[in-house]
Design a protein around this ligand. Structure first.
Ligand SMILES: [Zn+2]
Length: 344
């Protein structure tokens, strides 16, 4: 009897000791099988009670039941503790630090060339010019011949290009073919502004690219003169730079105009005082222009005795280089985000 009671006491102690070491659901289930299961330690003990003398059985049975109740209660407590612990662990894993700075959103911006092109076009739109475009893959006729540049003309050396299908299909070297295409399908008065990509077979350096943009303007009407051309160009320069920007015109040569000229503007950086950008001259070359050559008007079926026209062309990158003091044209199309992000 004494030894059975001792056995029960030892069993309870061992069970409670083991239970304290149980850390998760499967160990808990295992513990229950070992001590409280049908073939567990307590069941074994109860079977041994059956071998006692009949008088001793009730007391031994009661003692065993008391231990069973105590172990079941301890089990329930431990189960609740483990559930609470695993809930804490889950909360810990799901924790979000709301004080962390948010991830930065990357927003795009217009390319510096697009920005300046839109400004240029909108100024000419205010002056009554309509925006139009033309193909970048051109016929020799539109790029050269109709513009008074026949096949053996020395001016072709200035505009060497890439041939898509030699000798007649090429990448346009200027936006001027759009002048021809526009005049072919319209009757005067004509007033268009033509932005677009152009190509040159060119060795790249800080001021030369094989692909760049041009904006070209054309006006044709009865009675247009050089004074109209100068008025339009001065109005443009004073809107894109400063309202009091000074302009000067120099004689120049382009096969598709007569007379031809170039326009210089007072350096918008130093306002004519002289600086690095204008090479201390106070002036910057801005664009080429002139009165449309009578032969070009004839080529599109206009009568040069009835109508006159003027045309001008400029490089938007060049204007952006001046206004942003950029010293290498290759930066525009080098796809370097460190450069492009400065214009957001
Ligand atoms: Zn300057």
């Amino acid at each position: 009897m004494a030894s059975l009671a001792e056995t029960l006491e030892t069993l309870e102690k061992r069970a409670l000791g083991d239970l304290a070491g149980v850390g998760d659901d499967s160990a808990l289930e295992n513990w229950r099988n070992v001590y409280l299961g049908r073939r567990g330690a307590l069941a074994d003990y109860l079977r041994s009670v059956g071998q006692l003398a009949a008088a001793d059985r009730p007391a031994a049975g009661q003692a065993a039941n008391a231990v069973k109740v105590a172990l079941e209660a301890a089990f329930a407590d431990r189960e609740a503790q483990i559930q609470a612990l695993s809930l804490d662990a889950r909360f810990e894993a799901d924790r979000i630090d709301v004080t962390l700075p948010a991830r930065r959103l990357h927003t795009g911006a217009l390319h510096p060339t697009t920005q300046i092109l839109r400004r240029i076009v909108s100024i000419f739109r205010d002056l009554g010019f309509r925006e139009t475009e033309g193909p970048e893959v051109e016929l020799d006729w539109y790029n050269f011949e109709a513009l008074n540049i026949p096949p053996d003309h020395p001016a072709r050396d200035m505009w060497d290009t890439f041939y898509v299908n030699p000798p007649s299909v090429l990448l346009r070297t200027h936006t001027s073919p759009v002048q021809i295409r526009t005049m072919e399908r319209s009757t005067p008065p004509v007033r268009v502004i033509v932005p677009g990509r152009v190509y040159r077979y060119e060795a790249q350096d800080p001021s030369h690219e094989w692909m760049f943009y041009q904006v070209e303007g054309l006006a044709v009407d009865a009675g247009l003169t050089m004074a109209d051309l100068k008025g339009v160009l001065v109005a443009f320069a004073q809107r894109i730079f400063w309202p009091d920007t000074q302009c000067k015109f120099r004689c120049s040569y382009f096969p598709f105009v007569e007379p031809g000229m170039e326009m210089d503007v007072q350096c918008p950086i130093c306002r004519g005082q002289g600086c690095r950008v204008c090479k201390h001259s106070g002036w910057l070359e801005l664009l080429g222009a002139g009165m449309v050559h009578p032969k070009v008007l004839t080529n599109v079926g206009y009568d040069p005795e009835q109508v006159h026209g003027f045309a001008f062309g400029m490089g938007p990158e060049r204007i952006a280089m001046v206004t942003h003091v950029i010293d290498d044209i290759r930066l525009f199309y080098g796809n370097d985000l460190r450069f492009l992000q400065q214009f957001g």
